[in-house]
Design a protein around this ligand. Structure first.
Ligand SMILES: CC/C=C/CC(=O)SCCNC(=O)CCNC(=O)[C@H](O)C(C)(C)COP(=O)(O)OP(=O)(O)OC[C@H]1O[C@@H](n2cnc3c(N)ncnc32)[C@H](O)[C@@H]1OP(=O)(O)O
Length: 718
């Protein structure tokens, strides 16, 4: 709702009241209409102040209403009504003014912000555009180039930048409300015509076409295939070239097209699932609601390799004092230097004073961890080494200290077996670079206690990461699903495709990089090392093993052969591609003839592999593994899998995540295709459709949010 009160000085104050973010629900819109009408009709009122309750102006339209039938007054005429008011309307921006919230403020005649506030036209992140006049008023207010950037990225703009750009008229460190009231008194009685943005003309550069073309190029690089940012560019073009009323018409047309699109649905699904992941539960009844996290006042990181350094920086950035441990003086020195320079860059970028960072001390002595609340071990993926460390930690750390292992796939329970308190051992799978990537898989072993899970999830929140609770199995959720995906990519090469063909299909789907470019970037030796450890290649491979088969299943030795010949990816200048200019991947003629030789050596008839087959075999095999993960209770819900893929594996947000995508495609189609590919490739068992997929199809393919109820009938590893 919106509360109305009159205060001395002939001011009407209208307060949006809809916790937690004062979203513009149907009731709020009705109340705004009513209260603004009341204020404009009241002879005693000379100016109006519009604010939000609880220190937040407004988080925009109520996203929950998007999936229901639209009720109540629409936003556009409501904002027009405010702009048309003869009495000045001053918006008090505290906390946030996002999406429709900022559009509402742009309809006001003045905007006063608190220094801690943020503004933004965030609609594009929900697959929409700012269709309550935002695409037409913002360019008129701050010019086309700056508006184009804000509208197409949906980025959050600080109050300081907002005042610099002219989005707000004033920023204050003290009470924005008091400032606005005093200001409103000074402008009462002035003509408001010049303050109506709809009457302004957008300042536009001469080379408008090249500005817009440049934006489209950046959009294609950032989110290929996404409709909303392209529509945003078209709407801003209208603001630059058409009168306001026609621009508004264009904005509405574009919105009508986006609003019902699958992409908008997918992105709104991502918004809610990301928040739902924090509300973890386990079948034992433990949950975020009934389990208290232990406070973490001091943390330690063991190992200052790539992951350890990023984790230490993340902790420090969250204001947590860190003790960083290494085994050798040389490594300690190099680690300290790297961490300190990362922190310096970080504080410069964020304008943070050092006081806001947690201190980091460096040591070779594990005994220094005796008072630590939480330790994150981040050494190499070597089970024996990890167990040794956990055994030592058990004797040096406090009995209640939480012991976390940063592993991308090792058995948490085996690591925990080396600790004297296995219930306090939890997996924290960070993603590289750990101070940048948002995802944290919190891996729960069979003996991990709810308190350990709660503390790790709370830590994720403090580190501004998205924590997702997963069960213990090789590769957990994310990496386990990657395996069949990468394997299919190798098999497609064996059968006749080229790396650039596979990558192009995946990039057109929306991944920033195809799988072969990703492997070249991270280094082919990463997978090689783990295949050697698993005895799939290298010295542990039993003599006489068939080259293209392991345990009766198809195996591709292609990546092993590349590694053996020193092609490790970007770092060696060649991998699946050639890198003559640093980081620029070009198709390599050598690889082409190598693949031809390989096929003829193994008697493989090369064929033209179509784009549909590339996409289906790669994605459906990954999705199929997702269904198996659900069946085994390794993930609590399909939504959790989708959060993992969107926030940690570059799955395009406008496709919602693999499980959501499967549902959008149609589960019967996914099942049918998997059956087909399994029939034609019986030596690839993971193409056999999972029983969970069959079950969902048999039940009429219910929407994703209903799967959880079906899953609960199965076993759970959580
Ligand atoms: C007719 C079409 C018109 C479209 C124009 C629009 O306005 S589209 C909406 C544009 N708004 C946004 O994009 C803002 C989305 N919200 C946020 O970015 C953040 O929630 C926040 C406002 C920055 C607050 O962040 P914080 O971390 O403090 O809290 P949460 O994100 O956890 O949110 C708290 C709960 O509030 C729910 N919520 C947030 N925004 C909205 C919203 N606009 N509509 C409905 N609900 C919203 C959020 O889901 C959380 O709910 P829980 O049930 O507690 O999970």
């Amino acid at each position: 709702m919106a509360l109305y009160r009159r205060i001395p000085g002939a001011i009407a104050v209208i307060t949006l009241t809809n916790p937690p973010v004062n979203a513009l629900s149907c009731t709020v819109r009705e109340a705004i209409y009513e209260t603004v009408k009341r204020a404009t009709a009241d002879q005693e009122v000379k100016a109006i102040v519009l604010c939000g309750a609880n220190g937040k102006f407004c988080g925009g339209a109520d996203i929950k209403e998007f999936s229901r039938e639209m009720r109540g007054p629409p936003l556009v005429p409501m904002i027009d009504m405010i702009e048309e008011s003869e009495k000045p309307v001053v918006a008090v921006i505290e906390g946030v003014a996002f999406g429709g919230g900022l559009e509402l403020a742009l309809g006001c005649h003045y905007r006063i912000a608190h220094s801690g506030a943020q503004v933004g036209l965030t609609e594009v992140t929900l697959g929409l555009l700012p269709a309550a006049g935002g695409t037409q008023r913002l360019p008129r207010l701050i010019g086309v180039p700056a508006a184009l950037d804000i509208i197409t990225t949906g980025r959050h703009v600080s109050a300081q930048e907002a005042v610099r750009l002219g989005i707000v008229d004033k920023v204050t460190d003290s009470s924005a409300m008091e400032e606005a009231i005093e200001f409103a008194k000074t402008v009462a009685g002035e003509p408001m015509g010049p303050r109506r943005l709809s009457l302004w003309t957008a300042a536009c550069p001469e080379d408008l076409d090249s500005l817009l073309e440049g934006a489209l190029v950046r959009i294609r690089q950032r989110s290929r295939g996404a409709l909303a940012p392209v529509a945003c560019v078209q709407a801003v073009r209208a603001a630059a070239s058409l009168p306001f009323a026609q621009g508004m018409k264009k904005e509405q047309e574009l919105m009508a097209y986006l609003f019902t699109s699958g992409q908008a649905r997918a992105m709104q699904y991502c918004f809610f699932t990301q928040r739902a992941a924090a509300r973890w539960t386990t079948p034992s009844g433990a949950s975020w609601e009934n389990t208290k996290a232990r406070p973490v006042r001091q943390a330690a990181v063991i190992g200052l390799g790539t992951m350890g350094k990023g984790i230490a920086v993340s902790l420090s950035r969250a204001g947590i004092p860190v003790i960083a441990v290494e085994t050798e003086q040389k490594r300690l020195k190099a680690g300290r230097k790297a961490v300190n320079s990362m922190l310096t860059r970080e504080s410069q970028k964020r304008g943070l004073a050092e006081a806001h960072l947690g201190s980091i001390s460096f040591t070779l002595d594990l005994r220094k961890l005796r008072d630590t609340d939480l330790v994150i071990e981040a050494v190499f993926e070597d089970m024996a080494l990890k167990k040794q460390i956990f055994s030592k930690l058990s004797s040096v750390c406090r009995p209640d200290a939480l012991l976390c292992t940063n592993t991308s796939g090792l058995n948490i329970d085996e690591i925990a077996s080396a600790a004297s308190r296995p219930e306090l051992v939890v997996g924290t799978h960070f993603f590289a670079p750990a101070h940048v990537m948002k995802l944290l898989e919190v891996v729960c072993g069979p003996r991990t206690s709810p308190v350990a899970v709660a503390t790790a999830m709370q830590l994720a929140k403090r580190l501004e990461k998205i924590g997702v609770v997963v069960g213990n199995c090789s590769g957990f959720v994310g990496n386990r699903m990657m395996r069949p995906y990468t394997e299919q990519a190798y098999y497609l090469l064996e059968e006749g495709a080229r790396p650039e063909e596979v990558d192009l299909v995946l990039e057109e789907f929306g991944f920033a990089m195809g799988i072969f470019r990703v492997m070249d970037l991270s280094g082919l030796d990463v997978g090689w090392r783990s295949r050697k450890e698993l005895g799939l290649t290298g010295p542990k491979l039993p003599p006489g093993t068939e080259a293209r088969s392991r345990g009766g299943k198809r195996y591709s030795p292609l990546p092993d052969i590349l590694c053996e010949s020193g092609r490790l990816g970007q770092k060696t200048g060649r991998g699946w591609y050639l890198y003559e200019k640093e980081r620029v991947a070009t198709p390599d003629p050598w690889l082409q003839s190598f693949l031809e030789d390989y096929r003829s050596r193994f008697g493989i008839q090369s064929r033209r592999v179509g784009q549909d087959e590339i996409l289906e075999r790669c994605l459906y095999s990954l999705i199929n593994e997702g269904f198996r993960i659900l069946q085994e209770g390794i993930a609590a819900s399909p939504e959790d899998i989708d959060v993992i893929y969107v926030s940690g594996y570059g799955w395009p947000r406008h496709r919602g995540g693999p499980m959501f995508y499967a549902w959008m495609v149609g589960l019967p189609k996914v099942l049918d295709k998997l059956e087909h590919y399994h029939r034609t490739h019986p030596d690839i068992p993971n193409l056999a459709p999972s029983s969970m997929l069959r079950k969902l199809v048999a039940r009429g393919s219910p929407p994703v949010h209903q799967w959880r109820a079906l899953i609960q009938q199965h076993s759970s590893q959580l």
